[in-house]
Design a protein around this ligand. Sequence first.
Ligand code: B1M
Length: 211
Amino acid sequence: MSLLEKIERAFADVSGVDQMKSHVQSALAEGTSPLQILESMRQGLSTAGRKYERGEYFLSELIMSGIMAQELSAMLKPYLQKDGGQFLARIAIGTVKGDLHDIGKNLVSTMLSSAGFEIHDLGVDVPPEKFVEVVEKEKPSMIAMSCLLTVAMDTMRNVMDQLAESGLRTQVKVLAGGRPITSDFVARIGADGYAADAIEAASVAKATLTK
Ligand code: B1M
């Protein structure tokens, strides 16, 4: 089994942080790209998520898979970050209200910052009022909304509505993404850009801001 397969398996089997880290260290030492490692993590997490859905895993396993993903993201951050230089634009990012998932959002943040954007991370469970307040006070060029739970998707629509009601919609671009989000949904709520993953988020942000 290749190291990438071992990493994927470590996430799918939720085999613990130490074993996963040792595979990742070996893969990095072999010169494996951090993006390939992230893709293996993503595939392993998908399997773990499906096992949870089928009742084969408990919430404790879901929590452990989240801890493993955070550890892996922290290990890869130095390989993905850009040093110094001038920022292209400022982006305020957050996971929308009702949703506490932040691993994908943090990866998007890292990729945006490695693409040259200045990031203001608002964290998780961010209400529409907070997005609006940040646009009003800090004037970022873009807000980036992440959402993993279907029940929280409506918050994105509320953010768009509140931006329009406060007269700020034309002052900021809006990027949205996350597991249940589609380009159709993004078009329906009137946001400017959709990205399926963290790498695409960086290119879509650039394209949207130069439109
Ligand atoms: Co939760 N969870 N979870 N969970 N969790 C999912 C999302 C779920 C699909 C699992 C399942 O049942 N199959 C399911 C949602 C079902 C649904 O809504 N339809 C689910 C559930 C039900 C829940 C709870 C309700 C469980 C419970 O309490 N009974 C609960 C909700 C808590 C809350 O938020 N209010 C819950 C809790 C948790 C943990 C805390 C245990 C943990 C999160 C830890 C953390 O984030 N700090 C957790 C985890 C780990 C998962 C899974 C297994 C993995 C999520 C993840 O980090 N993936 C997940 C199953 C799955 O996704 N297959 C699951 C890796 C990450 C890199 O991918 O976040 O998708 P992702 O991000 C990607 C893209 O989506 C995209 O780019 C990222 C990187 O490429 N992207 C963007 C994300 N944001 C973007 C923004 C953009 C652009 C792209 O532009 C701005």
